[in-house]
Design a protein. Structure first.
Length: 331
């Protein structure tokens, strides 16, 4: 019998190394798959990179939207107290004129736009029921009556739960309910002392559709008085078209702007402040800040909203290139 040829020691060593590597990779692969499956099954509790979870922003925005679009001329102080709870301290966020009556009760978040690490604008669709003075009742117009006698602050503080601005009675004397409708509200929020609070008054906007429009940069430049005078009429036309939907004649090419669909009527362009162009701005691009007053339904009330407006000059006329809400200064 002839002895088998023995393998060199380095051949056996190489075989052992290969076998060991296969075993290690198999084990690591199983561990990696297990970790992946467990991570998928276990919900993540870590916040996004901004530090504020989407569901937190959405929840706050929906609460703000309901309170902001609810009011009663007979109980003005209650709305003010409620909105102060939502807002950054010492920040005025109430754009209501104190007249009329409206109730909001349903919300749906349409989208959110992050503005830096701890700021965002959340767009919310809100179902509202506006009221008009009931002329057939023969009673005095409730909007012209003085507010009801206010109770002391201690009784308000003793209310169970968290107070809301919604009118207490759906069937109030002197008012008749109008058909319910949907409004879209943009709500600017930011982190402040471990809370998410309102940084500026919300503003009525058009339905963003599938994609949100690009935000208009904050305007912090020097006022341009001549540009302000020359463009005021054009800017007023922009907001009239924003209300009615006739945007094709005033909207710049490729601008993504949607109308309010007659959900509100423009009462006045209260203020328009055009600013000097930035040194690096493209030719024909200008911007400014506009404050407008909207009337909701018939006499249900009025809201003052502030917007950042971007203009584009095409030939001899200015067109609306972008519109965004004013978010206020970072707290």
């Amino acid at each position: 019998m002839v002895d088998a040829v023995r393998e060199p020691w380095w051949t056996r060593a190489r075989r052992l190394v290969v076998v060991g590597a296969v075993v290690v990779l198999t084990v690591l692969g199983a561990v990696d798959v297990t970790v992946t499956v467990l991570a998928f099954l276990r919900p993540s509790t870590s916040p996004p990179a901004s530090g504020i979870a989407d569901e937190v922003l959405d929840g706050v925005a929906e609460g703000v939207a309901v309170d902001y679009l609810s009011w009663d001329a007979r109980d003005r102080e209650r709305r003010g107290q409620v909105l102060r709870r939502w807002a950054v301290p010492d920040r005025e966020v109430d754009g209501w004129d104190g007249q009329g009556r409206q109730s909001a009760d349903g919300t749906a978040v349409l989208g959110r736009t992050r503005r830096g690490v701890d700021q965002a604008v959340v767009t919310v669709r809100v179902r509202v029921v506006p009221y008009a003075p009931d002329e057939q009742s023969g009673s005095q117009n409730p909007s012209t009556q003085p507010p009801a006698e206010e109770s002391d602050s201690s009784s308000r503080a003793d209310e169970p739960g968290v107070p809301a601005a919604q009118p207490t009675s759906a069937d109030a004397p002197g008012w008749r309910a109008l058909p319910a409708r949907w409004l879209v509200l943009a709500v600017p929020l930011a982190r402040y002392d471990d809370h998410v609070l309102l940084t500026a008054p919300p503003a009525l906007v058009g339905d963003p559709g599938i994609t949100l429009p690009e935000p208009v940069p904050a305007v912090e430049a020097v006022n341009d008085d001549r540009f302000t005078r020359d463009t005021r009429q054009a800017v007023q036309s922009f907001f009239e078209a924003l209300a009615t939907g006739e945007l094709d004649f005033v909207r710049a090419p490729r601008a993504r702007i949607t109308s309010l669909r007659n959900a509100a009527v423009l009462v006045e362009l209260r203020q328009w402040r055009g600013v000097q162009s930035q040194p690096d701005a493209p030719p024909g691009q200008r911007a400014g800040v506009a404050s407008v007053v909207w009337r909701i339904a018939e006499n249900a009330g009025q809201l003052t909203c502030t917007y950042r407006v971007s203009l584009h000059r095409q030939e001899d006329r200015w067109l609306l290139a972008g519109i965004d809400i004013d978010t206020g200064k970072t707290p």
